[in-house]
Design a protein around this ligand. Structure first.
Ligand SMILES: [Fe+2]
Length: 180
């Protein structure tokens, strides 16, 4: 295993957007993101697309929206899941705690967003769980381009010996990482 590695996975993600105003409104109104900078295609010679940098934290950007004015976009369909180019399966926003997550669920409903999955407990160990993995609570919505966004809270952490530890601090002794 390498001894050289980055400190964070997916610090930001850059998504193509068919209609950039529609996407900005979604990320602002639902997720509370703010626009840091916005730039037109060709401002930098090597970048022929419009870019909008959004932040959720004090980072310059946590999300980038990219729009190519010379590209003919077509709406994503459910058939695209069975044939076509690779596409991000989903990406996730973490809520501070379960109360904050429940508030986000209410917020999504207030905005009239379709909850495409959940709310659900991803767990094969919790009796209320759906049998999937991570020991967290989630729900999923789609952004205006069909990117699936997960909102979750309370993901398990991994103890030094590889055992899963729930957000309530309980060790799940049967559950252990494949690679300690
Ligand atoms: Fe996920």
């Amino acid at each position: 295993m390498t001894t050289v590695k980055p400190v964070k996975c997916l610090q930001h993600v850059a998504l193509e957007a068919c209609d950039i105003e529609r996407s900005i409104a979604f990320y602002r109104d639902f997720l509370g993101m703010r626009v840091t900078e916005r730039h037109q295609p060709g401002e930098v010679e090597a970048i022929p697309v419009e870019l909008v940098f959004l932040r959720l934290s004090n980072n310059h950007h946590d999300l980038v929206l990219a729009h190519n004015p010379n590209k003919t976009y077509r709406p994503r369909t459910t058939e695209d899941d069975l044939a076509g180019s690779v596409f991000p399966h989903h990406f996730a926003y973490e809520c501070e705690d379960r109360d904050a997550w429940l508030k986000m669920l209410d917020h999504a409903k207030t905005l009239g967003l379709e909850i495409v999955r959940g709310p659900v407990i991803h767990s094969p160990w919790d009796p209320r769980g759906d049998g999937s993995w991570g020991e967290l609570e989630s729900f999923y919505v789609l952004d205006p381009d069909g990117y699936k966004i997960e909102l979750f809270c309370e993901m398990a952490t991994i103890a030094k010996d590889g055992v899963f530890v729930t957000a309530r601090g309980e060790r799940i002794e049967q559950a252990c990482v494949l690679e300690p």
